[in-house]
Design a protein around this ligand. Structure first.
Ligand code: DOR
Ligand code: ZN
Length: 360
């Protein structure tokens, strides 16, 4: 095996993940925690995480679900609502419970009904976050029914994000799971307080994926995947070496029954092969030497957290991703097979494999 077949990386973190709760949490946590040292955990549970106590309890449930001595730190987020008290937010941040707060425009995506109905209503929250330097994580899509679904991110930037950053120039912002050339250009032209996460699926898929050969709900997520020119822009951004673009999988498991229903759920569960998936893209671009910074350095630097000191290895060892999810401790926790989450790259071949034992 040559050097180019084995890549040792500082252990990565996932700056955007949905770990869910209950049996689903128990089924999917391993996929994230085996590779990633830390992850920013989204708060869109039912009910959403809107208090310090709820975040502490959720964090404890995540820790309790860790198996086999896995070492993993969940970084908790607060779910912003129209009437959340700035004191609660500040207390959670000061106590090290909330790493950030998540802005879901009301009804933009899964479990976002309790999200923010009008940005003007949360001005006091944003002012407080700006004052205490608490990161704001944004699901950047308008919910205006007159705006085409494929344009919702670009319109959000024009209508809401540009004015918001003018009103709060000191606010540290992550535009999550970006999907368009417009988002890439906007973030790249920003200052050090603006960054974006990029998912594996938005790097691999264009919007044809949802329709070619039949309707493929497996590839439906929000923001929805866009035209090929946007996918190319994302690949260029992720592999650019610019510190404003870093890893966030947006891994979002849903049971098959939820994906394949009259009103299918948005979300792609990619945690199982996330690093292999990113490696495929960086390899194709001849940019494997930039994967470590994207996966393991730019995120912690933006959040002001220390870099991990342990390592993982990626080896050029092809693997066929199984169709059925199996985990070392059994099938999928307490879920029966109908509830098992649909996962990204199932049935495909991937050129790289994570080799945890070979990290050091
Ligand atoms: O595709 C998505 N799924 N996008 C989101 O914003 C939420 C997520 C989920 O929670 O399922
Ligand atoms: Zn998400």
């Amino acid at each position: 095996m040559t050097c180019s077949d084995r890549l040792v990386l500082r252990r990565p973190d996932d700056w955007h993940v949905h770990l869910r709760d209950g049996p689903m949490l128990e089924a999917v946590l391993f996929a994230t925690a085996r590779v990633f040292a830390r992850a920013v955990v989204m708060p869109n549970l039912r009910p959403p995480i809107t208090t310090v106590e709820a975040a502490q309890r959720y964090r404890q449930r995540i820790k309790n679900a860790l198996t086999d001595g896995l070492v993993f730190t969940p970084l908790m987020t607060a779910y912003l609502t129209d009437d959340l008290d700035p004191e609660e937010l500040e207390r959670g941040f000061a106590e090290g419970v909330f790493a950030a707060a998540k802005l879901y425009p009301a009804n933009a995506t899964t479990n976002s009904a309790a999200g923010v109905s009008d940005l003007a209503l949360i001005a006091p929250l944003l002012e407080r976050m700006e004052a205490i330097d608490m990161p704001l994580l944004i699901h950047g899509e308008v919910t205006d029914p007159d705006v085409d679904v494929f344009d919702r991110e670009a319109v959000f930037i024009e209508r809401h994000l540009i004015p918001l950053r003018q009103r709060h120039p000191g606010l540290r912002i992550v535009l999550e799971h970006i999907t368009t050339e417009q988002a890439v250009d906007y973030v790249a032209s920003g200052d050090q307080r603006l960054a974006a996460t990029i998912t594996p699926h938005h790097l691999h898929l264009n919007r044809n994926a949802m329709f070619v050969g039949g309707l493929k709900s497996d590839f439906y997520c929000l923001p929805v995947v866009k035209r090929e020119c946007h996918r190319r822009a994302l690949v260029k951004a992720a592999t650019s070496g610019l510190p404003c673009f870093f890893l966030g999988t947006d891994s979002a498991p849903h049971p098959r029954a939820g994906k394949e229903s009259a009103c299918g759920c948005a979300g792609i569960f990619n945690a199982m092969h996330a690093m292999e998936s990113y490696a495929a893209v960086f390899d194709q671009e001849g940019a494997l030497d930039r994967l470590e910074a994207f996966a393991s350095e730019f995120g912690p630097r933006f959040y002001g957290l220390p870099l991990n000191t342990d390592t993982i290895a990626l080896v050029r060892q092809p693997q066929t991703v199984p169709n059925q999810l199996t985990l070392p401790q059994g099938l999928v926790g307490e879920l029966d097979s109908g509830e098992a989450p649909v996962f990204f790259h199932a049935g495909e071949s991937l050129a790289w494999s994570v080799d945890l034992a070979a990290g050091d």
